[in-house]
Design a protein around this ligand. Structure first.
Ligand code: UDX
Length: 456
């Protein structure tokens, strides 16, 4: 039996530890966070993050072998394995500002571990996505102490996607565990692998060096985002040539060498990982003297920003080049469906652009309204938030669908159409709705990457 500690009770730490606790009942799992409110939520049935199926997993293990606590120092004392899942936002100052990872929380955590742990052998597992060679820096800090503890640093990046975290954790494509290439390192990797082997088939446990593991995580996210930017760039060409991006995506995705996933055109990718990780990757390439490679990956982010702007420009153009005093209702604010997370959501720059044109912006989202309020707090202009989607759309000139929530497919669009100002427009930023049907109802429909259906 081991004492397993996770520092950081966020979108990765919380769900991952709940799963380890569920499948490894012989181990005691403690999840800590300096934010007392967040810990209180984890200890209630109103969890701090919305994730389908998570509450059931937490309820099964909580109080048995899964505990949430805010005393980081005390929990560190008895830990044998410490997962570090603190956030590594993009650095906003000094060298690498706007690109490099801000590692201050990470380094502080390393020093806290060093100051508090009492066991002879401790394995520190990096769970946050970090620039390559951070494990090395972590190991140096940990080894700088005078104590008798021996530390092994293991990289075990998380590949779960929000909204499907429980499914992704239950049947992962692979679990990547990178360790130092020596006796201690190999033993540490084996111990971490043994945890996952409780429910993940051995052939899906991929054991590598620390640096391969760290880099693989950055590259996996960069490649996924690159597919989206590729398809989004082609959506612009489709609009000029009357090709249909859905047909093109389907046609190319049926080539088994390409594969069908992550080829959906949209307003642009968001979320806490893609943009941040590509910027890290690009910065690393620059740092190591590879400007062409840095520029190649940087273009994935540039196309994403351009796509959001293209969506906005389309709204402006179709609204006869004036949005002043007009009401635009956003359907969705989260960066994707089935999550309340709004980090890096394309809805944020979209709102800023709409407000810049003096539009009245209304926001509806089934799970992300509170986060949306925080994101837009500093923005000047007329913004209102609605829990009822019908109230949000009453009297508005256009609807802009940002998030592909299922419930937006099932709305009573006849009722919405009757209540809207005419001509009524709908801009489908995810090609999520039934465009023919909306057109029949009377909407002017502007999808992405295909011809609009318009009366005017
Ligand atoms: C991503 C990675 O998928 C995951 O492996 C990693 O651990 C964290 O980052 P996440 O950000 O939670 O996960 O969501 P994901 O499903 O990857 O979607 C990211 C963004 O891309 C969303 O805004 C989504 O709407 C968009 N997207 C996705 C598209 O625009 N088109 C697609 O075809 C797929």
């Amino acid at each position: 039996m081991s004492n397993i500690l996770c520092i950081g009770a966020g979108y990765v730490g919380g769900p991952t530890m709940a799963m380890i606790a569920k499948f490894c009942p012989e181990h005691k799992i403690m999840v800590v966070d300096i934010n007392q409110d967040r810990i209180d939520s984890w200890n209630s049935d109103n969890l701090p993050i919305y994730e389908p199926g998570l509450l059931e997993v937490v309820q099964e293990a909580r109080g048995r072998n899964l505990f949430f606590h805010s005393d980081v120092a005390e929990a560190t004392r008895d830990a044998d394995i410490i997962f570090v899942s603190v956030n590594t936002p993009t650095k906003m100052f000094g060298k690498g500002a706007g690109k490099a990872a801000d590692l201050q929380f990470w380094e502080k955590t390393a020093r806290d571990i060093l100051a508090n742990c009492r066991k002879r052998e401790v394995i520190v597992v990096e769970k946050s996505t970090l620039p390559v060679r951070t494990a090395e820096a972590m190991a140096k800090i940990l080894q700088s102490g005078k104590g008798s503890t021996h530390f092994s640093v293991v990289s075990n990046p998380e590949f779960l996607a929000e909204g499907t975290a429980i499914e992704d954790l239950t049947t992962p494509d692979r679990v990547l565990i990178g360790g130092e290439q020596n006796k201690h390192g190999r033993k540490a990797v084996e111990i971490v692998a043994e945890l996952y082997a409780h429910w993940v088939p051995r052939e899906r446990l991929l054991l590598t060096s620390v640096w391969s593991s760290e880099l693989s995580k950055l590259v996996a996210n960069a490649m996924l985002a690159q597919r989206i930017s590729s398809v989004n760039s082609i959506s612009a060409l489709c609009e000029r040539t009357e090709a249909d991006i859905t047909e093109v995506s389907k046609a190319i995705g049926m080539d088994t060498r390409i594969g069908s996933k992550f080829l959906e055109a949209g307003i642009g990718f968001g979320g806490s990982c893609f943009r941040k990780d590509i910027l890290h990757l690009s910065y690393l390439c620059e740092y190591y003297g590879l400007p062409e490679v840095a520029d190649y990956w940087g273009s994935v982010v540039r196309i994403n920003e351009w796509q959001i702007d293209r969506f906005f420009q389309n709204i402006l153009r179709e609204q006869f080049s004036t949005l002043a005093g007009k009401t635009i209702s956003l359907l969705g604010f989260a960066f994707k469906q089935d999550t309340g997370d709004t980090r890096d959501s394309p809805a944020i720059p979209l709102c800023e652009k709409l407000l810049g044109e003096h539009a009245n912006v209304r926001v509806h989202d089934p799970k992300a309204l509170e986060n949306a309020k925080l994101d837009l707090k500093e923005m000047q202009g007329d913004i209102t938030f609605f829990e009822d989607v019908y109230e949000a759309t009453e009297g508005s000139h256009a609807l802009a669908l940002v998030t592909q929530w299922n419930e937006y497919r099932e709305l009573d669009y006849e009722r919405i159409f009757k209540m809207m100002a005419k001509p009524a427009f709908i801009f489908d930023g995810r090609n999520h709705l039934d465009h023919e049907k909306l057109f029949e109802i009377g909407f002017n429909v502007c999808p992405l990457g295909k011809s609009p259906l318009k009366y005017i």
